[in-house]
Every structure is written in C-alpha cells, then in structure tokens.
Write a protein that binds this ligand. Structure first.
Ligand SMILES: C[S@@+](CC[C@H](N)C(=O)[O-])C[C@H]1O[C@@H](n2cnc3c(N)ncnc32)[C@H](O)[C@@H]1O
Length: 218
C-alpha cells in the first residue's frame, strides 16, 4: 500500500497520555540495549529527537551514570509528560527536556556523541528532515540509532499486526498504532533516503514491524 500520513505532532493531551501509559517496555528496552552494545566509545552528550514521554531516555539514563541527554519533542503535551517522567526518575540533572521541532532546532552543530530517535520517522511528512538534522547535530564519528516501524504490504496486514500486538489496548492507542503502521516507510524507501543524503548507515529488520538504522557519522 502507499504511505498514508498521520498527524505529525502528537499534540492531543489524551492521545499523548494514552501513549505515555502504554506498555512499550520490550521495544523500548531493546532499543536501549542496542545503543549500549553498539561499540562507538563513551556516550556523554546524546540527543533524542521526538522523545515523547521520555520513557526510553529514562531507561538509558538508568543504565549510563555519566550520560547527559537532550530530549526534544514538538508536542507541548508530550513535553509536559516527559518532564514528569524525568522528575519521577530523579534524572533531571542529566536529562534536559526541551520543546523543539525539526527542522530548525536551536542547538549547536556537531555537538553530540550520539543522535537517537525512536518511532519518530514515520511521523514526518518529509523524512529527509530527520537525516539532515542527524548530520547537523552529530559530531564526526557520532553514533546514530533510529528505530521505526515498517509499513506492511496492505491495510489488512496493518490491522492484523494491531490485533496481534495490542488486542486489549486502549482504543486511541490501537487507532494510533494502525495509523503509524500505515504512515511508516519500507526498508527499501529508507535505503533510498540514506543514499540520497549520503549517510552510510545499516538497516536491520528486528521484528515483523520494526527496523533499526544504525552506524556512525562520517
Ligand atoms: C510515536 S512518538 C515516539 C516517542 C518516543 N520516541 C518513544 O519511542 O516512546 C513520536 C513523537 O515525535 C514527535 N514529533 C513528530 N514530528 C516531530 C518534529 N518534526 N519535531 C519534533 N518532534 C516531532 C511527536 O510529537 C511524538 O511525540
């Protein structure tokens, strides 16, 4: 099927809360484990683009006592939730939560040892915005880890994935998940994006619905 765009920013408070309360612990932890096992040297200054409620970055901060994370999201509702999550975790001195939008983040160029993003790519009408921002924000040799959904072949396939993975989830969350699957890219499309922007990253399919795009900046 063709890509069907969903609203870019998760601005709705009820939608954001349903997302924040959902149990994404398995994919969140697998992303963090991947970041930690990827051999790119010390992670001191890290940015997470599209941090949502910050559940993922709290896990990363739990595992890395020396890390400093800049977590940005375009949604005021998500940033509000992220602030609460970070304060509850006790990591507020190491995780800065900022409302910000890509493109156009007012952050210094090439200031980060790693650029991370989980489940943001499929929200973007123009995916090149993320790849350009990664090139602008990461230093030479910075680690890049982007995890996102893979668009299924048909709407029925998307429906089946939602039914399998989230049978008892909140209605808002199920609709959100379905919309996200339909808005996601295929691995071939992401490959073409990386070639267009000249980023030497590797794409790996990690489940029936997830891909992981990783590497270091030249
Ligand atoms: C599906 S959530 C993922 C949240 C988090 N990374 C996670 O995995 O739990 C995607 C987030 O990206 C944000 N977003 C979408 N487009 C954005 C943009 N252009 N700039 C900044 N944030 C954006 C949305 O507001 C939303 O909170």
């Amino acid at each position: 099927m063709h890509r069907i765009l969903e609203p870019e920013i998760m601005a709705d408070a009820e939608q954001s809360l349903a997302y924040a309360n959902a149990d994404f612990s398995i994919s969140n932890q697998s992303f963090v484990d991947h970041v930690l096992t990827y051999d790119t040297g010390p992670l001191r200054h890290v940015i997470d683009i599209g941090c949502g409620p910050c559940n993922v970055m709290v896990r990363l901060a739990d595992a890395c006592p020396d890390i400093h994370i800049t977590a940005i999201d375009g949604s005021a509702a998500m940033i509000d939730l992220a602030g609460k999550t970070v304060r509850a975790s006790g990591h507020e001195s190491r995780i800065a939560v900022i409302q910000g939008y890509i493109p156009g983040l007012a952050l210094p160029e090439h200031g980060f040892d790693a650029v991370l993003s989980k489940d943001l790519l499929h929200h973007l009408p123009d995916p090149m915005v993320l790849w350009s921002e990664i090139q602008r924000l990461g230093r030479t040799g910075a680690a890049v880890h982007v995890m996102d959904l893979i668009r299924p072949d048909t709407p029925q396939d998307a429906y089946d994935i939602v039914a399998k993975v989230a049978p008892d989830a909140h209605t808002i969350l199920r609709q959100d998940f379905y919309n996200s699957l339909c808005a996601a890219f295929t691995i071939d499309e992401v490959n073409a994006q990386l070639q267009q922007v000249g980023l030497p990253l590797q794409i790996r399919q990690t489940s029936d619905r997830h891909m992981l795009i990783s590497g270091t900046l030249p």
